[in-house]
Design a protein around this ligand. Structure first.
Ligand code: CA
Length: 229
C-alpha cells in the first residue's frame, strides 16, 4: 500500500466510523481511525496521512479549533463531516482551513467522489512543517500544545497559542491583519483589528525580552506582522 493512500478518519460515532471505514477500505485506502481530537492530532503527526476526514462534533474539542491548530503545521487536505445544517459551521470550518465538507447523512458514492477529488487536487507530497517548532530559547510542541522556554512551561491562552504557532510556523512571511484574524479567530473577526493588536501585545509580554523592541513578532506598519525566529 502506497503511503499516499493513507486516510485518517476522525469520528466519535462508532456506526458512522464503521460505515466510512468499510467504504474507504473497499477502494483500497489504508484507513486509520481516531475518535477524539487529541487522538487525531497524535495520529496526524505520526502517520502524515494523505487526507483527513473530520467530524466537526467531537467530544473533546471544537472541530474548527482543531483545524486551526493542525493548519499551523500540516497542509493535509481536510474533508469535514457535519451533522449540523447551519451554513455558519461549514463556513467556519472552511475559513479555518478545511478543504471540503459533506453533510450527514451522505452516501458512499458521494463520499468516495469527494475523497478522490481531494486526493487529485494534491499535486505534490505535502511539505509539512515539523510538529515541533523551535526559535530562540523557545520550543513549541504542536501535538501536545505545550510551549516551553529553556524547558520551563510558558502559559498562553488559546488565542495566544494559536497566534504564536501560526506565526512561528511561517517564519519570515508577512501576514495581513485580515489573514491573521481569519486564521486565529475565524471569519467573524476579520474586521476587528483591535483584537489582534491586544493579543500581539500580550504575546510580546510573554515571549519578547523587551516587548517595546520585539525581536520575534515584528510589526509591518499598515500591513500586519512578520515572525522572525
Ligand atoms: Ca460527532
Amino acid at each position: 500500500m502506497n503511503t499516499s493512500d493513507t486516510i485518517l478518519l476522525v469520528e466519535d460515532d462508532a456506526q458512522i466510523r464503521k460505515f466510512v471505514c468499510i467504504a474507504l477500505a473497499s477502494e483500497g485506502y489504508a484507513v486509520h481511525e481516531a475518535c477524539s481530537a487529541g487522538q487525531a492530532a497524535s495520529l496526524a503527526a505520526s502517520l502524515r496521512p494523505a487526507l483527513l476526514i473530520l467530524d466537526l462534533g467531537l467530544p473533546d474539542r471544537d472541530g474548527q479549533h482543531f483545524i486551526q491548530d493542525l493548519r499551523a503545521w500540516s497542509s493535509t487536505p481536510i474533508l469535514v463531516l457535519s451533522a449540523r445544517s447551519q451554513e455558519s459551521d461549514k463556513v467556519k470550518a472552511l475559513d479555518a482551513g478545511a478543504d471540503d465538507f459533506l453533510t450527514k447523512p451522505f452516501g458512499v458514492s458521494e463520499l468516495l467522489a469527494r475523497v478522490r477529488a481531494l486526493l487529485r487536487r494534491r499535486q505534490q507530497p505535502p511539505l509539512d512543517a515539523a510538529p515541533v517548532i523551535q526559535f530562540g530559547e523557545f520550543r513549541i510542541d504542536c501535538v501536545r500544545r505545550i510551549v516551553t522556554r529553556r524547558g520551563e512551561p510558558v502559559h498562553l491562552t488559546q488565542i495566544e497559542y494559536r497566534l504564536l504557532v501560526f506565526l512561528a510556523a511561517n517564519p519570515g512571511r508577512v501576514f495581513t491583519h485580515r489573514q491573521l484574524l481569519l486564521q486565529v479567530w475565524g471569519g467573524h473577526a476579520v474586521d476587528n483589528h483591535q483584537y489582534l493588536r491586544v493579543y500581539v501585545g500580550h504575546l510580546r509580554q510573554k515571549i519578547e525580552a523587551n516587548p517595546a523592541q520585539p525581536q520575534h513578532i515584528l510589526t509591518e506598519i499598515g500591513v500586519g506582522y512578520r515572525f522572525q525566529p
